[in-house]
Design a protein around this ligand. Structure first.
Ligand code: CP
Ligand code: NVA
Length: 304
């Protein structure tokens, strides 16, 4: 059976732990996994802009002996409404895996339905599972574990990164707290799924200070995700009290670290003092996209 990685819980918690360990090992020995020797080709389709996802997948596929094929969907026949099913049937006969950054999660489901090779989400409106593998790797490297640690996500709690924190963080044994105003909180469906998977606490509230209190990891994301640009002014107004600044960060554990998936908008969701401060791990986190994605691609290559 072909395995896919369209959302965080398409792998089991045990598989997640093994993938994180492989990512940490690959960071120490970058050219040791040659899953795409041949070279086999991996297609990467982008419906939205990207810096980190595009670079880290391209470099990772090359380091695994493969060929990274970047497809800008706007310059492909997908822009002229060739169906996802037909696109999948064409790609699947030629490439080894397909990574797709898109809008609706259902697009990924449709691609996977018609693909005989693994399909990986490079972000959808609902989830960003590759980001969470990199974030969990960063947390595991820094603290030596993920289990029992508390992460506080402050800001737009209804976006892809917040949803993935709830699901993947719960799977990794973390306590996950989300602080967001009304209208920006995660759906009941995502929160319930996180609670099913959790061994620790899942908390959603509208009080950043309560969420951050004693947390080991503080994180946030842009207030204006890709696709929500027309709501920019409204969102900045609504989310202003949810900025991660020095005062809020000081209420976390004294050893707390700051993470941000990037791109960051200093002065909106985070101050320069926090993201450029000593306890920010954002550059290590961005590098870990490379190692974590090599590990998930290797896992899918072996298990499909
Ligand atoms: N964090 C992340 O996915 O970055 P890009 O949008 O640059 O790929
Ligand atoms: N939530 C952000 C993540 C960017 C990597 C977005 O979807 O734009």
């Amino acid at each position: 059976m072909t395995r896919h990685f369209l959302k965080d819980d398409d792998i089991s918690p045990q598989e997640q732990a093994k993938i994180l360990d492989h990512a940490i090992a690959l960071k120490k020995d970058r050219f040791s996994d040659r899953s795409f020797e041949g070279p086999k080709t991996v297609a990467m389709i982008f419906d939205k802009t990207s810096t980190r996802t595009r670079v880290s997948f391209s470099v990772g596929i090359s380091e695994m002996g493969g060929f990274p094929l970047v497809i800008d969907s706007q310059s492909s026949q997908m822009a002229k409404s060739e169906s996802i099913a037909d696109t999948a049937k064409v790609l699947t006969r030629q490439v080894s895996q397909i990574m797709w950054r898109t809008y609706e999660q259902s697009n990924l489901d449709e691609m996977a339905k018609h693909s005989t090779v693994p399909v990986i989400s490079g972000l959808s409106d609902d989830y960003h599972p590759c980001q969470l593998l990199a974030d969990l790797q960063t947390i595991k490297e820094h603290f030596g574990k993920t289990e029992g640690l508390t992460v506080a996500y402050v800001g737009d709690g209804a976006n892809n990164v917040a949803n993935s924190y709830l699901i993947a963080g719960a799977m990794a044994g973390m306590n996950v707290r989300i602080a967001s105003p009304e209208g920006y909180q995660p759906s009941g469906e995502v929160v319930n799924r996180a609670k099913q998977l959790a061994s620790g606490e899942i908390l959603v509230n509208s009080d950043p200070a309560e969420a951050v209190s004693g947390a080991d990891v503080v994180t946030t994301d842009t207030w204006v995700s890709m696709g929500a640009e027309t709501e920019k002014a409204q969102r900045i107004g609504d989310l202003e009290p949810y900025r991660v600044d020095e005062n809020l960060f000081s209420q976390a554990s004294p050893e707390a670290v700051f993470l941000h998936c990037l791109p960051a908008y200093r002065g909106n969701e985070v101050t320069a003092g926090v993201i450029d401060g000593e306890r920010s791990l954002v550059w290590q986190q961005a590098e870990n996209r490379l190692h974590a994605q090599k590990a998930i691609m290797s896992f899918l290559a072996k298990n499909s």
